[in-house]
Structures are given as structure tokens and as C-alpha cells.
Design a protein around this ligand. Structure first.
Ligand SMILES: [Mn+2]
Length: 219
């Protein structure tokens, strides 16, 4: 047990770093324009779960709202995509742009918890998401949707969204839908659990006081 009252020089330095981290504004705005899509994303990681979503794809907006609400991120997305072809480019490019915005907003990752996981049920459906803000992209998406489409939304695009996101957010992401009969529920539990897990991973850990949560010294 330590009895010293005066903090050591190292402790004082960590306390200062920690105080600085708490004052940091972890938000970003990214615009991305190609021949296929024109997207603008704003994210505030330390938000309160407010969102303004206009992707042109109703079901995707519903899923993005889950990330915002359950991650407590403020997210604004405005997208104009080539929906006359199909939703593929728009969904993938929103994943990419949101990933870029997240990566920019999270900055040097000092003092964060780094890992996050969540189980989320919705009636008969249950999903588990485990993630690591590792600096390396990786995706394992394990879900057998009971239908190929949710309304007119192709469920294949859920993989495209997360692949785009992790490639640019540099996150290791394991998603398992453990059960579910209703494809809307299966998807919704995935997005809710993702928001929840990410919320935990980005939290500033009081205990590590501004250190890098890695023995390597960087993420
Ligand atoms: Mn729903």
C-alpha cells in the first residue's frame, strides 16, 4: 500500500495527460465524392446519441440510428448515391466515410478502453459484437439471414457496410448473430450491439490515466 500524498513526477504527468484527454474534442467531419456517391459525415464520439440521417435508404438510416443511439455518438450523414443502379455503392461508401470520420475523431487513442463487447437481444434474435480499436482492419461477420431481403434492402449489403467501415476505422470486429427468425431483428441486434460495443471501447479509462492501451506503445 502506498501512503505518499504528493504525486510523483510520473503520476503528475499522467494526470495532466488524462486531464487533457478529457478536454479533447473527439469529433470529425469527412466528405467523400466519387462518380457513384457524394457523402458527408459528421461524428461526435462524445455525443449523446442524436442523429440526422439521410442516406436515401430507409432501412440503412434505421440501422445507422441504432449505432448513434446505442453508441451515444452524434452522427449526421447526408448521402446522394446512384440508387437507380442499386444500394450497393451507397451502403459501402457510407461505411467507408463513417470509418474515415471515426478514425479522424478518435485521434491518437490515448487513454481509451480499446476493447468493447456487447450482447443485444430483440425478441427472438440475439447478437454478440466484440471489437478492438487495434489500428488494424479485420472483420468476421457470422450471420445466416433468414431472408435475402429486408423490405427491398439486400442483406448482403450489411457485410459491405462493415467491411467499408473497418477498412478505414482500422478496427478488428467480430460479429455473431447467435439466433433469430426475423431478418429485421437479426440486423437490428447486430447494429445495436455494434454501437454498444464501440461506445465502451472509446470510453476514456479513468484507471489508465492517459496511457496508450498497448504494450507496443501505439495503436
Ligand atoms: Mn426496427
Amino acid at each position: 500500500m502506498r501512503l505518499s500524498i504528493v504525486p510523483s513526477v510520473a503520476e503528475e504527468k499522467n494526470n495532466q495527460t488524462h486531464a487533457k484527454i478529457l478536454l479533447m474534442k473527439r469529433s470529425a467531419k469527412v466528405s467523400r465524392k466519387t462518380k457513384e456517391t457524394d457523402i458527408e459525415v459528421t461524428i461526435d464520439i462524445d455525443g449523446s446519441g442524436k442523429s440526422s440521417l439521410d442516406s436515401g435508404i430507409g432501412f440503412l438510416d434505421h440501422m445507422l440510428e441504432q449505432i448513434s443511439r446505442h453508441g451515444l455518438f452524434d452522427i449526421d450523414i447526408k448521402a446522394k448515391g446512384d440508387l437507380h443502379i442499386d444500394a450497393h455503392h451507397t451502403v459501402e461508401d457510407i461505411g467507408i466515410t463513417l470509418g474515415q470520420a471515426f478514425d479522424k475523431a478518435i485521434g491518437d487513442k490515448l487513454g481509451i478502453r480499446r476493447y468493447g463487447h456487447a450482447y443485444v437481444p430483440l425478441d427472438e434474435a440475439l447478437s454478440r459484437v466484440v471489437l478492438d480499436i487495434s489500428g488494424r482492419p479485420g472483420l468476421k461477420l457470422n450471420v445466416e439471414f433468414t431472408r435475402a431481403r429486408i423490405g427491398d434492402f439486400d442483406v448482403d449489403l450489411i457485410h459491405e457496410f462493415f467491411q467499408g467501415f473497418i477498412n478505414h476505422a482500422n478496427i478488428t470486429l467480430h460479429i455473431d448473430n447467435l439466433r433469430g427468425d426475423n431478418a429485421h431483428h437479426q440486423s437490428e441486434t447486430i447494429f445495436k450491439a455494434f454501437g454498444r460495443a464501440l461506445r465502451f471501447a472509446v470510453e476514456i479509462d479513468e484507471k489508465i490515466k492517459g496511457e496508450m492501451p498497448s504494450t507496443k506503445g501505439s495503436l
